[in-house]
Design a protein around this ligand. Structure first.
Ligand code: NAD
Length: 298
């Protein structure tokens, strides 16, 4: 690190709270080092109250940009100069790029989802997706997938504080893309099963499966997955094998994924926006998940 930092080093931030647990500094700094790029990435504890001054500091310090996470993903929007069109539809920002004082907001979570499937040689464009969840991740996935050419989308949510957002996502997709989206209630289990069974891909972007709900899954009956060629995608990556994945694997579904690929590719998309270079994703996967390999050997 000390060999790389000099008077020309460009700073990239991560502005969120809490944030000390984040893997992003390790991800990006290792990628900069691997490619010999003169950037440094640091995490800053920033709340809604300190966000305006922090965003101004991107301009003042001529930082190259920043990642943005909770609780600032929506609050940052009026503080920026521009939003890319997909981000405007999504309504949340996770990446800021500073071009000579002009700050543009992007969201790379949906890009990461689509790219992680491309990496596996799977193309969901032109097909039907059933998606559970309409929070931050669900919204980014739904809108990016619709923009990228998914033909039909059934969005399920429970009647909680995200229901209106699910409605909004369906409306915006129908209005602004060629995808035909419909809204469904998770409580209607017959409908849920039928939509999953008629889909090329089922994706879960809810908090179910992740701590503290790591012992739960929205689909408990393995017979719901009656097509071994279907894709089952859980956005959760801790634990690595979620309860949903176990249910799908039990009946031999071939393409079952956790959210690790999406997480890496959302970082890679931000990395490309700042540096113009491809992140060495395979190398970063090894750096970040060395533990996984050790466990696999044991
Ligand atoms: P969020 O709080 O914005 O949204 C939560 C969603 O889960 C909502 O749709 C909500 O209705 C639903 N939900 C919560 N509890 C539920 C329950 N008991 N039953 C049914 N639905 C329930 O959260 P988020 O930031 O969108 O994160 C959602 C998931 O996406 C998490 O599991 C997170 O790990 C994952 N995620 C993954 C990545 C990645 O890169 N792989 C990135 C972001 C989020």
């Amino acid at each position: 690190m000390t060999e790389r930092i000099d008077g020309h080093t460009l700073l990239i931030g991560l502005m969120a709270y809490p944030i000390r647990h984040s893997m992003s500094p390790t991800m990006h700094n290792n990628a900069f080092a691997k490619l010999g790029l003169n950037f440094a990435y640091l995490a800053f504890e920033i709340t809604n109250d300190t966000l305006p001054a922090a965003v101004q500091s991107i301009r003042t310090l001529d930082m190259r940009g920043s990642n943005i996470s909770m609780p600032n993903k929506q609050k940052i929007i009026p503080l920026l100069d521009k939003l890319d069109p997909a981000t405007e539809m999504i309504g949340a920002v996770n990446t800021v790029v500073n071009d000579h004082g002009v700050l543009t907001g992007y969201t790379t979570d949906g890009i990461g989802f689509m790219k992680s499937l491309d990496d596996e040689g799977l193309d969901i464009r032109g097909h039907k997706m059933t998606l559970a969840g309409a929070g931050g991740a669900g919204t980014a996935i739904a809108i990016q997938a619709a923009l990228d050419g998914v033909k039909e989308m059934s969005i399920f949510n429970r009647h909680d504080e995200f229901w209106d957002n699910a409605k909004r996502n369906v409306d915006i997709i129908n209005e602004k893309t060629d995808c035909k989206a419909t809204l469904h209630d998770l409580a209607d289990q017959d409908d849920y099963k039928a939509e999953i069974q008629s889909s090329f891909i089922y994706a879960d972007a809810t908090s179910v499966g992740m701590n503290p709900l790591q012992d739960q899954t929205l689909v408990t009956d393995p017979t719901w997955f009656n097509n071994p060629d279907q894709i089952v995608f859980d956005t959760v990556y801790a634990p690595r094998t979620t309860e949903l994945m176990k249910v799908a694997e039990k009946v031999g579904v071939k393409h079952v994924f956790n959210g690790l690929g999406m997480m890496l590719e959302q970082g890679a998309a931000a990395f490309k926006l700042w540096t113009g270079k491809e992140m060495p994703v395979d190398y970063i996967r090894e750096v970040l998940f060395e533990d996984d390999k050790e466990k696999a050997k044991a």
